[in-house]
Design a protein around this ligand. Structure first.
Ligand code: 5AD
Ligand code: SF4
Length: 522
């Protein structure tokens, strides 16, 4: 039985050390490794939610303003990476400039993730590695931001002695005064969650950007209370961002030459702007106030109308909130991409109920059928949790069956990881043995690999409008771009430039990659 997390690290290691591998491992091991790389890339393809290759990446702003240097490292989902841009932007006003070189920083921030135990372990290890830095630089201050800060609060100060500052996801505006406190040698903490905070007025400064694609946060928090999930505790109540401030941000991105925006939120379909405040207060409004509110379908349409040459994507949807109105808006606007990330977590009604997901398998299938009816070319991806409390072989088979029903383009597949203080941790038993969890997850991943290959093969022979996003990691001579369905395609550069739209004929594929050539400018 293989350990997926070890394989992941092996894969990541190989990916980063591509060339030197030739010298350190024999050819059989290398060929086997290449198979792993292709396999893992097939799972990784299109991943913009949790991009494994970006974990621990430093936030660096394009502009340098102050003498003081801050190093910010981010983990977890895209929301965290976007939050780091807000933090960097707040610190810029305090005279800090960002650096990629941790050695020259006087302030080191780690923006953390709590979604699974492994994510927290990674951060703990990273924090330990700062000991030497602190020994060498007595002035150095270390801050923990994000979900782990919120979940562990002052306990983290006790457990990780080298940490000076703890700041939760809704408290970043307080950073200037917290920094003053730690300047005086004190430890400081602010983990207050807010019902209103959306950082709507803070212009995020894009960092390490390709200048082509950008993320725009449209809401924060989550009210869903899935029993396995720590997010409602770490990111607080659901609240939406002012529609006008979102449109203004998209307008600015368009003026700066960006060609794609991805609207971000834990549950974007639940977006509801009614003047500010938590979603749960909406029901108390008068009928007139309710009528003037803006839902996700309306927002999506408005964003798409800002600039028809700017593509629009969104992440993450939930089956119970996804309306036909959204599908219809998607069908009516050429620049809204044909791609939906729709987690289903389990194919068993009994498990979905235990997870408090708020839908049944039948309802999920009904949403899928509707997508296929209104948006026949739409790609769909998923999240699955394998080995949730009391999951039987029968439940597991039901998950595989639901995968077969949909034939997802790709997905994110996880073993259940019990998170402290969630309903599942308090009331349910994490009773699926580790080896069974791993075997089931391997079966799910294998099934997804087969489906990704089927989906990739269906693209071969067709021509797609592709946005040129980056230079391929494998060759300087090739670009990587995506079609509307979010499939990544590699093709020779010819005379195209980053940010161009080109028509690409897909000529070949494996389960990981599509290869093609430009047939015309779009
Ligand atoms: N264990 C494993 N996976 C989890 N997710 C959320 N909480 C847990 C957990 N405790 C997964 C879900 C969610 C994705 C962002 O992370 O699949 O959709
Ligand atoms: Fe967590 Fe469920 Fe909210 Fe997603 S919808 S963030 S899984 S509580």
């Amino acid at each position: 039985m293989f350990d997926l997390s070890k394989i992941w690290h092996f894969y990541d290691f190989l990916r980063k050390k591509e060339v030197s591998c030739h010298f350190v491992i024999n050819i059989n091991t290398y060929l086997c490794a290449l198979k792993f790389i292709a396999f893992m890339e097939s799972l990784d393809q299109g991943n913009k939610v949790i991009d494994e290759s970006k974990q621990g990446e430093a936030t660096v702003l394009n502009t340098s303003v102050g003498d003081k240097k801050v190093y910010i490292e981010s983990y977890g989902c895209q929301m965290n990476f976007s939050d780091s841009e807000i933090v960097a932007s707040i610190l810029q006003k305090e005279g800090y400039s960002t650096t990629k070189n941790i050695e020259e920083a006087e302030l080191v921030f780690v923006n953390t993730c709590s979604i699974r135990e492994k994510a927290e372990d990674t951060v703990r290890k990273r924090l330990k590695s700062f000991r030497k830095l602190k020994r060498n630089n007595k002035k150095l201050k270390v801050g923990v931001l994000g979900c782990m800060a919120e979940r562990l609060k002052s306990k983290l100060l006790e457990e990780e002695k080298l940490v000076d500052l703890i700041v939760g996801p809704d408290a970043y505006r307080d950073l200037p005064s917290l920094l003053e406190e730690i300047d005086g040698g004190e430890k400081a903490i602010n983990v207050l969650l807010s019902m209103e905070e959306t950082y709507a007025d803070i212009a995020p400064v894009r960092y390490g950007s390709n200048g082509v694609t950008a993320f725009v946060t449209i809401m924060r928090g989550c009210d869903n209370m899935c029993t396995f999930c720590v997010v409602p505790f770490t990111r607080g109540r659901e609240r939406s961002r002012d529609t006008e401030s979102i449109l203004e941000e998209v307008r600015q991105l368009s003026e700066q030459g960006y060609k794609e925006v991805t609207l971000l939120g834990q549950n974007v379909d639940s977006y509801l702007w009614y003047g500010g405040g938590p979603k749960k207060h909406f029901k108390n409004l008068s009928e007139i106030e309710k009528a003037s509110s803006i839902n996700f379908a309306q927002l999506l349409k408005k964003v798409a109308e800002v600039d028809s040459t700017v593509r629009v994507r969104f992440f993450t949807s939930n089956p119970q909130d996804m309306t036909n109105e959204v599908f219809e808006v998607m069908a009516s606007k050429e620049n809204i991409c044909n791609f939906i990330h729709l987690p289903f977590q389990s194919g068993s009604d009994r498990i979905l109920d235990l997870m408090n997901r708020g839908y049944t398998v039948e309802k999920y299938k009904e949403r899928i059928d509707k997508i296929k009816e209104i948006l026949p070319d739409c790609a769909i991806s998923h999240d699955i949790i394998s080995g949730f409390c009391s999951e039987t072989e029968e439940d597991h088979q039901a998950t595989l069956e639901l995968m077969d029903y949909v034939t997802f383009d790709y997905g994110y597949m996880f073993n259940y990881s019990e998170r402290p203080n969630t309903y599942a941790a308090k009331k349910l038993t994490d009773d699926v043995p580790e080896d069974v969890k791993k075997r089931r997850l391997a079966e799910i991943i294998q099934r997804q690999r087969e489906h990704s290959f089927i989906r990739n093969k269906s693209y071969v022979g067709n021509t797609y409008k592709v946005l040129v996003e980056t230079v391929s990691k494998k060759s300087e001579e090739e670009f990587l771009g995506r079609n509307s369905q979010n499939a990544a395609i590699i093709f020779p550069k010819e005379d195209a430039k980053l940010g161009d739209y080109v028509h690409v004929l897909v000529e070949d594929c494996n389960s990981a990659t599509l290869k093609g050539r430009i047939v015309s400018k779009a």
